[in-house]
Design a protein around this ligand. Structure first.
Ligand SMILES: *Cc1c(COP(=O)(O)O)cnc(C)c1O
Length: 409
């Protein structure tokens, strides 16, 4: 096994770490999948925005550039990280609100179909939004229990235990399925779903699919157009380093845009907002998925990360991400033999974080935080180690695992 130092020396992306703001009291940041570190460029961009744009252009800023920012930055994200041609991605709202808008739109598209399929291990907000819409519209939920592999005829691959497989989706689909809502990378286990295979199955059943990319965007290469994905959404404060509360993005496949109607009819999703006329007339294209005033100040930092992803290339980022998770697994096998790896061992079946389960981690994590070692805790017994490739070193991973192995008092 290569040492952490040897990995860092050989790492062609290692120099990019210095582009991120470094804080003195953090020894190992292992939670970039929950809140990415800021780029140094963002410190400057935000300061300049206040004085040069907001402070100087004032209301003129809207016409000059801000109004179109949700789509221009969306196009750029689509190009560098999503495999999405222009005109299909827009920044707006939070992931939660965009989930609501997209799921409602998808259900109304197929009004004779009454079931939404989702898995029980999906992120809470995704499940809660689905449950709310089902209650509101008189529909029903079809639950997939990720990890229950016995009853679906799978071949017993142990990695299947950590997420939703195509066979499980197939078993859940009926001619009543309106929509399937799944995460590309599972927030707890890190399981990487087979998006093209599942998307094809859903389409064969005559339903639509919505992929939540919160834990994959910016770190796992995605080909939304080529895979035929209908709808997608995701956060920008995780691997996209947009900062706390930065807005989410929505992807709506071009052919669907004119047919889907989202439920939050606001003036900035209309054809001519400044005519301020009577009655709602949706804009053409992806703009109709906007509702109110776009969150311009929340879209500053993420522009720097999208530019950096474009420069480095999403494939190179994925390569380092795999090397980091491999390293974390090798070190935990060696140093934490009594912890259970709750993440697929096969690299092509996981995203950029791993979860280890062991009794006592709930009490350990606050102690680690106090020492400047920052993983996340995911109940009931999990430590989640997130590895944001451009801001994390191999040595940092080792420091983190050593701190778990030898906790100080
Ligand atoms: C982080 C995350 C969210 C967060 O949604 P917000 O509305 O930004 O709070 C939603 N879904 C998934 C899968 C996530 O990982």
């Amino acid at each position: 096994m290569m040492t952490s130092f040897e990995h860092d020396v050989a790492d062609s992306l290692g120099a990019h770490r210095a582009l991120f703001f470094q804080s003195n009291d953090v020894a190992a940041y292992l939670d970039g999948n929950s809140l990415g570190r800021p780029l140094g460029a963002s410190v400057e961009r935000i300061a300049r925005f206040v004085t040069e744009q907001w402070g100087s252009r004032l209301i003129r800023g809207w016409d000059e550039q801000w109004l179109s920012l949700p789509e221009t930055v969306g196009d750029e994200l689509g190009r560098v990280a999503l495999g999405a041609a222009a005109g299909q991605v827009i920044f707006a709202d939070s992931t939660t609100v965009l989930l609501y808008k997209l799921i409602r739109a998808a259900c109304e598209f197929n009004p004779e179909r009454t079931e939404i399929v989702i898995d029980r291990a999906n992120f809470p907000t995704d499940r809660y939004v689905v449950e709310g819409i089902v209650a509101e519209r008189g529909l029903s939920v079809v639950w997939i229990d990720a990890g229950k592999t016995e009853r679906d005829g799978s071949d017993g691959d142990p990695d299947d235990a950590f997420g939703v497989t195509p066979a499980q989706v197939q078993a859940a689909l009926t001619d009543r399925t309106a929509l399937v809502v799944l995460s590309h990378v599972a927030f707890r286990s890190g399981f990487l779903a087979d998006v093209p295979a599942i998307t094809a199955l859903v389409h064969d059943a005559g339903a639509l699919v919505l992929w939540d990319l919160s834990h994959s965007v910016g770190v796992v290469p995605t080909e939304l157009d080529a895979w035929g994905v209908d709808l997608a959404t995701g956060c920008s404060y995780k691997y996209l380093c947009g900062g706390p509360g930065a807005p989410a993005f929505a992807y709506v496949r071009l052919e669907l845009q004119a047919q889907l109607r989202q439920p939050i009819q606001g003036w900035l999703g209309t054809r001519a907002p400044f005519e301020m006329g009577q009655g709602y007339t949706p804009a053409d294209g992806i703009r109709s998925f906007a509702s109110g005033t776009p969150p311009i100040t929340g879209m500053l930092a993420l522009q720097d990360m999208i530019a950096l992803i474009g420069e480095v290339g999403i494939m190179a980022i994925r390569e380092k991400s795999v090397a980091l998770t491999e390293h974390a697994i090798a070190l935990s096998d060696e140093l934490l033999p009594d912890a259970v790896l709750s993440t697929p061992r096969a690299a092509h079946r996981r995203g950029s974080h791993i979860t280890l389960d062991r009794e006592g981690f709930a009490e350990l994590v606050p102690k680690l935080w106090a020492q400047g070692v920052i993983p996340d805790f995911r109940g009931p017994t999990g430590i989640r180690i997130g590895l944001s490739p451009l801001s994390t070193s191999f040595t940092e991973v080792e420091l983190g695992i050593l701190a778990i192995r030898y906790p100080g008092e």
